[in-house]
Write a protein that binds this ligand. Structure first.
Ligand SMILES: [Zn+2]
Ligand SMILES: [Zn+2]
Length: 135
């Protein structure tokens, strides 16, 4: 994907565009501080600004949070409705986003016992990618 095109995304603020481009270019999970480091040259220098833009991008489904790594990653499909899981290579850190169907989501929520009212599914599966298996 061409980063220059992302910068002109009509529905995003300038900060959101900068941060989304940064994550899409990186094509791997980044911590908020690594993002801050990268977008400094674009004039974004305050952590709250980065967190606010990240939260807004997550609400739009364009950025997701990797719980297990405290990191953020651009949606593997451009944007999605929040039903997703991640497969993560434990060796090189490669991340692949898996789209969950409504049925997948219901199945997972169905596992929750009555004492907890489910709100959100976070699913991250660790393994070895093809390249790391070959090595
Ligand atoms: Zn997604
Ligand atoms: Zn790997």
């Amino acid at each position: 994907m061409n980063a220059a095109h992302q910068l002109s995304h009509p529905k995003l603020s300038r900060n959101q565009s900068e941060i989304l481009s940064c994550l899409r270019e990186a094509n791997e999970p980044m911590s908020a501080y690594a993002i801050l480091d990268r977008v400094r040259t674009a004039g974004i220098s305050h952590p709250p600004t980065v967190y606010r833009a990240l939260n807004e991008l997550m609400q739009k489904g364009m950025v997701h949070r990797l719980q297990s790594r405290s990191a953020f990653i651009a949606c593997g499909h451009g944007a999605c409705d929040g039903k997703f899981a991640f497969a993560i290579c434990r060796q090189c850190g490669k991340v692949v986003e898996i789209a969950l169907s409504d049925d997948d989501q219901s199945l997972l929520l169905g596992l929750v016992p009555d004492e907890i009212a489910p709100e959100q599914v976070t699913l991250e599966i660790a393994g070895l990618c093809e390249a790391c298996r070959a090595a």
